[in-house]
Design a protein around this ligand. Structure first.
Ligand code: ACM
Ligand code: ZN
Length: 396
């Protein structure tokens, strides 16, 4: 038996022994996960109670259809202890996922230690209070409790190593130019008008985004240098979603940039922003992933698109010869309601039951066979505006 796929394996349960064949550690690891799934559930918790186990004789020949099998976790809105992050990674490993997309920066909090910019951790990592109940409840009410924290570089190294031992690559997301209000609260000069703002206390889309002046790129490059030292992943996620252009429209620096770079408008300025960061990361041997808004105003030359607002972003990008990862709200937003049970926890909205998730085909019908080769895989997203503790995250 030859195993061609790096992640493939054959698991033979024979009368007197169990054999695993694989061409790499990855395949052998996934064979063990399949074996784990054949054991009684009790094994996962208290196997001291189990003295005898029988497994039916069988052969499993398995290899993944997609090379990118991801789960995301937003720790900006709420953060969770390192011990829980490890449990999350354990769950991904058992499900043969190979990517953990760690969403580390948000309007509501900056969660990665950056030694060069200590105010990201002293200021941007904390908000003065948090919205109570749902965003659509009016008037908005707040809990009055300071909230925050961040992962130290040592903790991040620990998580990355823990994930690697389970065949999982951790991809960090450093959001830009939008979802950056926390960073701008710490360093107001990163915004367009230099005015003091605060770390956001509720979810949503905010107008405080990074200014396109050169100093912002100096900051981002220095932040990314520290991020690259922590995360060996080929891909770095740079966000790119939900960046209103209102500040740029009234900013002298941004308007000058549009003029000097010969750009048509603020959408092309977004492309300038993303492409400039891409160039920097490419020069360090890395590739960027961005949410599908990075298509607006033109796509950075080597970017991979994560399609969340439906499938169109993916279709457009794949037709342009760019790699895509499928993460549409319709099938991949695990922060939606999952059942109509009475004890279903408060959620952002939507309805996404398990059957629908399992029924998801990551290849859009609109793509030809050749274009569908650009689909790297799929990812489930867990945004945590409404997940204050690890319990609801586990529920997803
Ligand atoms: C997103 O859900 N804003 C990517
Ligand atoms: Zn500006």
């Amino acid at each position: 038996d030859t195993i061609e796929h790096e992640e493939g394996y054959i698991l033979d349960v024979l009368p007197d022994q169990i054999q695993i064949k694989a061409s790499s550690d990855k395949g052998a690891f996934y064979a063990l996960q399949s074996l784990r799934q054949l054991l009684p559930v009790l094994f996962e918790n208290d196997h001291k109670e189990i003295h005898n186990v029988s497994i039916q004789c069988q052969r499993i020949e398995d290899a993944p259809q997609f090379n990118y099998r991801g789960m995301h976790l937003d720790v900006g809105r709420h953060l969770f202890p390192v011990e829980f992050i490890k449990k999350y990674i354990d769950a991904l490993a058992m499900l043969k996922m190979n990517t953990f997309h760690w969403h580390l920066t948000e309007d509501q909090g900056w969660r990665v230690e950056i030694k060069k910019y200590p105010k990201l951790n002293e200021v941007a990592a904390y908000r003065k209070e948090t919205l109570i109940g749902h965003y659509s409840d009016r008037p908005h009410q707040f809990d009055g409790e300071r909230y925050g924290g961040y992962y130290t570089q040592d903790e991040i190294k620990e998580v990355v190593a823990y994930a690697a031992a389970r065949q999982i690559m951790v991809i960090p997301e450093i959001e830009m130019p939008g979802h950056s209000q926390a960073a701008i609260a710490a360093y107001p000069e990163l915004g367009c008008h230099g005015e003091q703002t605060e770390v956001a206390t509720k979810g949503g889309v905010f107008e405080e985004i990074y200014c396109t002046k050169d100093e912002t790129f100096d900051f981002l490059e220095e932040v990314l240098d520290e991020v690259l030292a922590l995360f060996p992943s080929e891909y770095i996620h740079i966000g790119g979603d939900e960046a209103p252009k209102t500040r740029w429209e009234s900013c002298d620096d941004c308007q000058l940039k549009i003029k000097n770079e010969g750009l048509k408008d603020e959408h092309e300025l977004q492309n300038y922003f993303i492409s400039r960061i891409e160039k920097y990361l490419n020069s360090k041997g890395r590739q960027i992933i961005g949410w599908d808004e990075i298509l607006e105003g033109g796509l950075a030359p080597n970017a991979t698109v994560m399609s969340w607002r439906g499938l169109n972003g993916a279709i457009e990008a794949a037709k342009q010869g760019h790699k895509v990862i499928m993460s549409p709200t319709s099938h991949c937003y695990f922060d939606y309601y999952q059942s109509d049970n009475e004890d279903e926890p408060l959620a952002i909205g939507g309805f996404l039951p398990l059957e629908k998730v399992y029924g998801f085909d990551p290849i859009p019908e609109e793509l030809s066979k050749e274009e569908s080769n650009y689909v790297l895989g799929a990812q489930g997203n867990v945004w945590t505006e409404y997940m204050k503790s690890s319990d609801p995250v586990s529920y997803t």
